[in-house]
Design a binder for this molecule. Structure first.
Ligand code: SF4
Length: 465
């Protein structure tokens, strides 16, 4: 998928100008998720759970070669066909072969960010396959031709009125049809697709190396239908999605659900062990494609690898005051919000994802929410330092920082400038460089006396006291 991450500042401003309703919808939905997460963390010893989850993921990532080989062995023993894809093209080749061998005309798809990353829908459509997204939110944005706005809630940027207009135009439902009626219409379309599709495509929340088990979490039942009714099931799995042992699921399934939506457990958890045995119902063929696409290179980066612990729960998006303003579209790539700001530079290269590490106030709310303790603010600073070192920051910023360093390193210059600045009226928007910052804020009123004059008096007072 071609990323448009470089356009982030412009796209964010455009969205806020042209679609003000998005801010309201995203803020409402993310605050709701965030409140639920806080309540759900409060019911458990969340600190201990998060420590344990971090330790398991760190162990996995530091022995990834061992666990990948073990997972491959177990999957094959279970009758699963295993493929390795270093690039999106290699994953495409697997799907091309499956489509050709089984004469696939229709595919049903479960929600999966990795399939977005790999551009699976455009590939299948280019092969003449009709693809239907079966998660309700994904189905809505597929009808609109939009990418997901959130990892867990792909359509959280849409208002009910927008969905009612979409269904009215597409299916002729009344403009004031209630959500239940709209869901009934979607269900009818999707039920027919489940029964007629030859191919089901999914991602995986986890792949257990010890047993070769694919674990999938959901709330709608569509993943279970997508992976069990079609003759063939293809699961695309990022290398970092492994878990060492089956018993690790006892921690990761409830922790992910609590972080994502505040649920104690997802409504449906499917554990897939392979194709159906004779006499059983289920797919005749199960394929697992283990996808690298930049992950092993990222694992070798001593300052950035921790991002690979990510469970794609979306909790950091819900906690982020910057993401809440626009939702995910302006980020220009599959992964948005805080996780996107630290993962996208690793997957796409910093040059392509350059502005994203700056899409943060560094408030640390993302790190507080993260169930696997990814130090997102630290990673943001790492990518920012690299951006400066690689000369990606704009010329005016470089000049301003060089001048600032000069002034701060010289007491005489510092006094001169601070005296000059205090005499300067700074109403909103006076300086073009400050306009973006000062919009929406009160006027700047510098203190009548500079800090270096006040400081000796404060010290004196303290000593005297
Ligand atoms: S970085 Fe942490 S909070 Fe954000 S999606 Fe990944 S696991 Fe969830």
């Amino acid at each position: 998928m071609r990323a448009k991450a470089r356009l982030y500042p412009k796209e964010a401003a455009r969205l806020l100008r042209e679609r003000p309703g998005v801010r309201e919808a995203v803020t409402g939905a993310t605050l709701h998720f965030e409140r639920n997460r806080l309540r759900a963390y409060g019911e458990i010893d969340a600190e201990a759970w998060r420590d344990r989850a971090k330790a398991v993921k760190d162990h996995l990532l530091s022995h990834l070669d061992h666990y990948l080989e073990l997972a491959e062995r177990r999957l094959r023993e279970n009758g699963v066909k295993v493929h390795w894809a270093e690039t999106p093209e290699e994953a495409h080749r697997v799907l091309r072969e499956v489509v050709a061998r089984h004469g696939v005309r229709r595919a049903v798809k479960a929600k999966s960010m990795l399939t977005e990353e790999l551009g699976i829908n455009p590939l299948l459509e280019s092969l003449g396959v009709e693809v239907l997204e079966t998660d309700l939110g994904e189905y809505l944005i597929q009808l609109l031709g939009e990418p997901p706005s959130h990892i867990v809630g792909p359509a959280i940027h849409l208002s009910l009125a927008e969905i009612q207009r979409l269904f009215h135009a597409r299916f002729g439902t009344p403009l004031d049809a209630p959500p239940e009626a709209l869901a009934q219409v979607a269900r009818k379309v999707l039920r027919e697709a489940f029964l007629t599709a030859e191919l089901g495509i999914s991602g995986a929340n986890f792949l257990v190396a010890e047993t070769g088990t694919l674990a999938l979490m959901e709330n709608e039942g569509n993943i279970r239908l997508s992976t069990s009714l079609p003759r063939v099931h293809v699961a695309l799995v990022g290398l970092e999605k492994l878990l060492p042992r089956f018993q690790d699921l006892a921690l990761f399934l409830p922790l992910t659900a609590r972080a994502a939506t505040g649920q104690r457990l997802a409504t449906f958890v499917s554990l897939i062990q392979g194709p159906a045995a004779p006499g059983e119902e289920g797919p005749e063929e199960v394929h697992v494609v283990l996808v690298d696409n930049g992950r092993t290179a990222l694992l070798q980066d001593p300052e950035a690898w921790e991002v690979l612990r990510c469970l794609r729960c979306g909790a950091c998006l819900n906690a982020c005051p910057v993401y809440r303003q626009t939702g995910g579209h302006p980020y220009g790539y599959v992964y948005s919000g805080p996780i996107g700001a630290v993962l996208d530079p690793g997957l796409l290269g910093l040059e392509e994802a350059y502005p994203l590490p700056y899409a943060s106030t560094l408030c640390g709310a993302c790190q507080e929410a993260c169930p696997v303790r990814i130090p997102i603010p630290k990673l943001l600073l790492t990518w920012r330092q690299r951006a400066v070192a690689e000369g990606l920051s704009p010329a005016w910023e470089k000049g301003a920082m060089a001048a600032f360093a000069k002034v701060m390193a010289s007491p005489a210059l510092y006094r001169l400038f601070s005296r000059g600045l205090r005499g300067l009226p700074l109403p909103q928007g006076l300086l073009p460089l400050l306009r973006a910052w000062s919009e929406g804020r009160g006027p700047l009123t510098p203190s009548p006396r500079p800090f270096h004059q006040i400081w000796p008096e404060l010290k004196e007072e303290r000593h005297g006291g």
